[in-house]
Design a binder for this molecule. Structure first.
Ligand SMILES: C[S@@+](CC[C@H](N)C(=O)[O-])C[C@H]1O[C@@H](n2cnc3c(N)ncnc32)[C@H](O)[C@@H]1O
Length: 197
């Protein structure tokens, strides 16, 4: 479920849910939203803070997958977790985020496909995603019986994530963590907009 705060008008929704898998869809959507504020899928940092904070250390190097134009990375910075790298495969949104948060040098933004991350292995302690795997699995007819293509997609992402995670001890017990929020993009943004607008 998305919880849009701004913009006031709904985004252009795809005709078919599988379009959420296409970078062309996201590029166009982010071009259309160029003058808008953050758009949060599933909820903002405050909604997840109580769950996230116990898993994080202030010095953690955090990677956010498929950041979109969510304020999550900035709100992590404000919440005392300054070392955040955010990637998205839409160059349009990455350029917009670089401009929006240019005043915060510890936030880094890269255009990158989460199926082929281009960082040295062991670069991060924590990997977060919110809505990205959902988008990559949109159009699956049955979320309980994911197609072999869907399984392959998830395997690709998890294998990239594991390469990034550092095994050195953290302030918390255990090694790096991956926190994922797989929701139900299939249940159409239309429902969300009819509730929020
Ligand atoms: C549903 S939006 C979620 C955006 C943001 N994480 C949030 O919580 O509001 C999905 C995002 O994932 C990005 N995305 C989808 N597939 C991707 C991929 N293979 N690599 C990188 N980013 C991807 C899209 O461009 C889009 O910004």
């Amino acid at each position: 479920m998305a919880s849009p705060r701004t913009p006031v008008s709904p985004p252009e929704l795809p005709e078919k849910n599988f379009q959420y898998r296409q970078v062309q869809y996201w590029d166009q959507r982010y071009k259309d939203a160029a003058d808008s504020g953050p758009y949060e899928w599933f909820g903002d940092f405050a909604s997840f803070r109580a769950l996230l904070e116990p898993e994080l250390c202030p010095e953690d190097r955090i990677l956010v997958l498929g950041c979109g134009n969510s304020a999550l990375s900035y709100e992590l910075f404000l919440g005392g977790f300054p070392n955040v790298t955010s990637v998205d495969y839409s160059p349009v949104v990455v350029a917009a985020m670089q401009v929006r948060y240019a005043h915060v040098p510890s936030l880094r933004w890269e255009t990158m496909d989460v199926r082929a991350l281009d960082f040295p292995s062991g670069s991060f302690d924590v990997v977060l995603e919110k809505g990205t795997l959902d988008a990559m699995l949109a159009g699956e007819p049955d979320p309980w019986n994911v197609s072999s293509e869907g399984v392959h997609t998830v395997d690709q992402v998890l294998s990239e994530v594991r390469k990034q995670q550092d095994s050195r001890p953290r302030c918390l017990q255990g090694e790096g963590v991956e926190l994922s929020d797989i929701g139900q993009i299939q249940q159409s943004e239309n429902e969300v907009w009819s509730r929020f607008s």
